[in-house]
Design a protein. Structure first.
Ligand SMILES: *Cc1c(COP(=O)(O)O)cnc(C)c1O
Length: 320
């Protein structure tokens, strides 16, 4: 069943007091650069460092007691894995996470620190979806996908609900796009609360599966993209997320990696924040793109901040 705005409202109740109500920051420099009034919703300050906590916690909380006793399973090398591990621990549920053996050591460690059991696989020889399904079947675990799940989408939508509650109606809301869970939930919230707000999606130029699908009116699959936006390297939109995007999103634009790096530097220098490359997508389109935003009140979702300092330095430093 596709999620509705009522599911976003229920998610808001479910995560209340557990997820952080993240700050909305402004920057007179960014306003001067764009001629707009910008409101940055800073999910880099969310628990575990990204909005994914919202959807993961909401999805696990909505399981029935039998499913909770058996435990959950996720396959991800990134923020979804940590979100599931942390949410499961908070809810007293066992989490099993399938991750590539060559995932960054820091990510493997963080997932284990949050209490998840990590099962590694060989990215080049094993099909992780098939492996995850087999483990889920053998152990009776419930698989929680990173975006194509109604309770995950509803949970992510609480980010836009909070933002709009705080700012009042906006003219535009700019949101990064991987598989479309975040923008799907945010678009449901915006359509209900601020129907005149244009929701705009931003993808990495190399990984524009949602834009191609949006333009064609049907799901398009692309090869695994090469981009520094590692949270948006999806190859196709979700079956649940795509129809929501088609219905409620105004347009999808792209930005290249160089603009993501400029945005990482902007956030660090001007707003004193560490933002991961994927977390910069929406702001990059606003700051260095050609969206018609002059004179408008614009929400910008800053989706996450998980980048280790060595990678941050390598990307943004001299020669980066
Ligand atoms: C997962 C993720 C995204 C993409 O979210 P989708 O719901 O897959 O579109 C964007 N930014 C960050 C930081 C993420 O972790």
């Amino acid at each position: 069943m596709p999620p509705t705005y009522e599911d976003v409202l229920r998610a808001e109740q479910a995560i209340a007091g557990v997820a952080h109500h993240t700050p909305v920051l402004t920057s007179s420099t960014a306003d001067a650069m764009t001629g707009a009034t910008l409101f940055f919703k800073c999910e880099n300050f969310q628990r575990m460092g990204a909005f994914k906590f919202r959807g993961a916690y909401n999805a696990i909380r909505s399981l029935d007691p039998t499913q909770r006793r058996a435990g959950v399973l996720a396959f991800s090398s990134g923020n979804h894995a940590q979100a599931i591990a942390l949410s499961a621990r908070l809810l007293g549920v066992k989490a099993t996470i399938v991750m590539p053996a060559d995932a960054p050591a820091a990510k493997l460690a963080a997932t284990r620190d949050y209490g998840g059991e990590v099962i590694t696989y060989d990215r080049f020889r094993e099909d992780r979806a098939a492996l995850a399904r087999r483990i889920a079947d053998e152990r009776g675990l419930t698989l929680i996908p990173p975006f194509d799940h109604p309770m995950v989408i509803a949970g992510q939508g609480t980010a836009a609900k909070e933002l709009l509650d705080e700012t009042g109606a906006l003219d535009a809301l700019v949101v990064c796009v991987g598989g479309g869970g975040l923008i799907g939930g945010c678009a449901l919230a915006a359509a209900a609360i601020a129907p005149r707000c244009d929701v705009i999606g931003v993808e990495p130029a190399a990984g524009d599966d949602m834009r191609q699908s949006f333009d064609r009116g049907e799901i398009v699959e692309i090869p695994v993209p090469q981009t520094i936006a590692d949270g948006a390297m999806t190859t196709r939109p979700g079956e649940l997320t795509f129809p929501i995007v088609r219905r409620h999103v105004r347009r999808i634009v792209t930005v290249d990696d160089a603009k993501l790096v400029r945005t990482m530097r902007f956030f660090a220098e001007r707003m004193k924040m560490i933002v991961e490359p994927t977390g910069c997508l929406a702001a990059a389109a606003v700051l260095w793109g050609d969206l018609p935003l002059r004179g408008r009140r614009v929400g910008v979702i800053v989706s996450g901040g998980n980048v280790d300092l060595d990678r941050f330095a390598a990307l943004t430093g001299p020669g980066g």
